[in-house]
Structures are given as C-alpha cells and as structure tokens.
Design a protein around this ligand. Structure first.
Ligand SMILES: [Zn+2]
Length: 317
C-alpha cells in the first residue's frame, strides 16, 4: 500500500499507465523522511505484477508477485550505494547494462530502480545516459532523487520528472496519530520539519533533542546571544550530513512559504529566517550548495562550522 500523501501521484501514474503513456524513465523527487522509497517499491511491484488490481496495486498472488515477495524477482533490479557508501559505482550501472539484455521471466515488463540518483558518481551517471538514450522495450527505469537539481541536466532531460509532495500538516498528523509514539505527534512533526517518517525515526532516537538543541543554539549565535566557539565545540558530535540536512529542509520550507506555497513550520530558527528577504534566502541556499561538497571532505569540523555560521551572519549584514 501507499501513504495517503502519495495517492494523487499514484493516480497520475496509473492514468498514464492505462493510457499507455507511462514513460520509459521516470524521475521521482521529494524530501527524505516521507516514505518515498516505499512508494517506489510499491510502484515497482505493481508494474511487475501480471494481474494488478483496478487501482493499479500488485495482486499479491500471481507467480510474479510470489517471486517478488520472496525477494528473488529476476525482472527487478535495485541500484543503490553499497553499504556504508553514499555513492553508486559505475559497476552497479554496468550491472544494469547486463540486466537490460536478459529476457523477461515472469512479468509484463522489467523494472530497474536507482536510488538515490544523486548518488551516481560522474562515470556512473554517464554510463546510465546510454540506457536512457536508447530505451529498451518493455522496461521501466525508476529514479528517486532527494536533490534533483544536482543531477546531470542530460539525465534530468531524459526522464519524466514527478515531484512527490510533502504531506500537508493535517494529513501528516492524522497518519502520525495512528502510530505508536512516545512523544507528542505535533511536536515531533515540527521537529521533523513536516516529514512524517522522519518524525517516527526521531521518536525512536536522540535526534529529536540534538536537532532542537542545534537549531536553538544557532538561533542564539545569529541573534548575538550565544558564543560560537562554545557552541561549535558541542556541534563537533553532529555529522555534517545531519547539519546540512537540517538546514536544507528549513531553507526549502521558508523559500516555499515566501512564495506562498505553504506555511513555514515552527522551529527555533523560524523568526530569524522569516525576517529574511527572498534574495537572502536564495543566498543561504547557494551557501548551502557550496558547503555540500565539504560534507565528506577531510577539512576540520571547526572550520566547516565557522564557515557555515559566517555565511549565515553575512547574509544579513
Ligand atoms: Zn500479482
């Protein structure tokens, strides 16, 4: 099944499928922590099923579904980073080349998933271009990206792009109410910046506190009420990916709100960010993009943090 916030996208895809217009390559994008991987898997399963339901879901009992549920479907290929890695190697994409030459075994089509697509290194991305430029019959390539802007333009232009929406607060809260949680759902959702699956993860770990503390302290530094050297010491324990992820989501939220597409969520940096002009918000997003390559760079964590804070302070000078 799919999450309620995926229903409209599901229906768009099903209508395209029924009309015989489902693209060879589909790029789905959205924010992490919203269950988009599960949506991709449900879509893949439905495409592989021989007798899908009227709503387009896999039947669960045909031969193809049996093999899929046993996690042994020869017409399915997942391309993702190896364990403990963030990038997808060219060897994985070469495996796709071999997969595309095999005959189809149980399903009406073969399906390859690539997630996250921004994990493709340059060589892997160039290798994928060949598969995108010369579509194999009865084949669907499904790409999932959390940063579609960082993909090669040639990859983006060869895929049909569908943006998976962030759920409305009302929808996300209604879903969270059905989960067994320790913390209060609306507080969790606020700290997860509107991402319901991330809210559940926060409920189970210490991140909820860490993120809140980080944002509160950053707000204090930006308002001239806190000492950066002291806070920077305590921020050593956060991974750069975590910090960048927290900042990206709030920046994106405020940019959207600035253009009238939704309300910014309530968090410790709300007041500071709400007083930024659209130009200043875009500058912060540009700084974020410049910092992103440094996430895995061997520079000192102090330098990374001081650089980040200096850029945020400069924006309002
Ligand atoms: Zn089936």
């Amino acid at each position: 099944m799919i999450y309620p916030w995926h229903l409209s996208t599901w229906q768009i895809i099903q209508r395209a499928k029924q009309a015989g217009r489902l693209p060879h390559a589909l790029l789905l994008s959205g924010e992490q922590g919203c269950g988009h991987e599960a949506f991709m898997a449900t879509l893949e399963h439905s495409l592989l099923c021989s007798t899908p339901t009227a709503e387009g879901f896999a039947c669960g009992h045909c031969r193809s579904c049996e093999v899929y549920q046993a996690d042994a479907h020869p017409d399915s290929l997942w391309i993702k980073p190896a364990e403990d890695k963030t990038t997808i190697s060219i060897d994985s994409v070469r495996e796709l080349g071999r997969f595309l030459t095999l005959s189809i075994s149980y399903s009406p089509v073969r399906v390859a998933l690539i997630s996250p697509a921004e994990g493709l290194n340059v060589n892997a991305a160039n290798s994928l271009l060949k598969a995108l430029e010369e579509p194999t019959p009865n084949t669907h390539l499904l790409l999932l990206s959390y940063q579609p802007g960082s993909l090669l333009p040639t990859i983006r232009s060869r895929c049909q792009h569908l943006r998976l929406p962030l759920p409305s607060t009302e929808m996300a809260l209604a879903w969270l109410e059905t989960q067994t949680l320790t913390h209060e759902p609306s507080a969790l959702l606020s700290q997860a910046l509107g991402r319901p699956l991330y809210a559940v993860t926060l409920d189970q770990g210490e991140q909820v506190t860490q993120q809140q503390v980080f944002m509160t302290q950053l707000a204090q530094v930006l308002n001239g009420q806190g000492s950066l050297p002291t806070f920077a010491n305590s921020w050593q324990k956060y991974s750069r990916h975590e910090i960048l992820d927290w900042l990206y989501v709030i920046l994106q939220q405020h940019l959207k709100a600035h253009y009238g597409a939704g309300e910014p969520l309530n968090h410790p940096l709300s007041v500071w960010l709400s007083s930024c002009s659209s130009k200043q918000l875009w500058q912060l997003m540009q700084h974020w993009q410049a910092l992103k390559p440094l996430a895995d760079h061997p520079i000192n964590q102090h330098i990374f943090i001081e650089n980040m804070v200096a850029q945020w302070q400069l924006v309002k000078l």
